[in-house]
Write a protein that binds this ligand. Structure first.
Ligand SMILES: Cc1cc2nc3c(=O)[nH]c(=O)nc-3n(C[C@H](O)[C@H](O)[C@H](O)COP(=O)(O)O)c2cc1C
Length: 203
């Protein structure tokens, strides 16, 4: 089976390499992400496919430390290994992209759009060496208030971002979907085998 690399491969990556080697990262270096890189990520989300091309999504980018400090307490990390997956002090995200749904454009069935946009941003980030964690376990009221988001926007997801300070490796799934962390801090994530999920021509 294909094992993902523990961190973004150095140098340019093909689209396929970026997609399959991307892993969720929850420990980040104290190295800022520059604004241009953040703009490029939002472009990846903005230009993602959208059902009926309605484009109900908007994005709040958070990179100022005071605002980051308001978002961080609203996030819940790695439920299977709580609290061991939480970012350690000094290894918190350097930025967030908060994904909003404009309910005046779309009230339901926006989840596909969110999925496409968030994955595009996560892969785009990874292709530049930036790790990310897509979070939906979030205190939406807290984030809404902290960022002054008007009430007709729903906060769907938060994409936490930062240069990786941990490794995560794909393992072939045996009897459990639960990811784990070894005593050395390395993260391991089971994935169903290719032969178990892929059917050619007939089931
Ligand atoms: C829709 C969605 C919601 C998620 N929400 C959270 C979350 O709230 N907190 C968290 O730590 N990880 C969250 N994750 C990350 C998953 O735990 C992670 O994608 C999964 O364990 C597989 O690991 P991988 O991304 O490295 O392939 C979420 C992922 C998805 C797709």
């Amino acid at each position: 089976m294909t094992r993902s690399r523990p961190s973004p491969p150095p140098g340019p990556m093909s689209g396929h390499e970026a997609i399959v080697s991307r892993r969720t990262i929850r420990q980040y270096l104290a190295r800022p992400i520059d604004r241009e890189a953040l703009r490029r990520l939002v472009d990846a989300g903005r230009l993602a496919p959208s059902a009926a091309n309605l484009q109900p999504l908007e994005f709040v980018v958070v990179d100022e430390p005071e605002v980051r400090d308001k978002v961080f307490p609203a996030l819940k990390w790695a439920a299977y290994i709580h609290p061991n997956g939480d970012p350690k002090p000094g290894q918190e995200p350097q930025a967030y992209v908060v994904v909003l749904v404009n309910s005046k454009i779309r009230e339901k069935m926006y989840e596909y759009d969110v999925g496409a946009a968030v994955e595009a941003m996560a892969v785009s980030a990874w292709s530049e060496g930036i790790g990310s964690c897509w979070l939906i376990s979030i205190d939406r009221d807290k984030v809404q208030a902290a960022l002054g988001v008007p009430p007709h926007y729903r906060i769907d997801s938060v994409l936490a971002l930062g240069y990786p300070a941990e490794t995560s490796t794909v393992e072939e799934m045996k009897d459990s979907v639960r990811y784990w962390k070894n005593p050395d801090g390395s993260f391991h994530v089971p994935k169903r085998a290719h032969r178990d999920v892929c059917h050619f021509n007939a089931f």
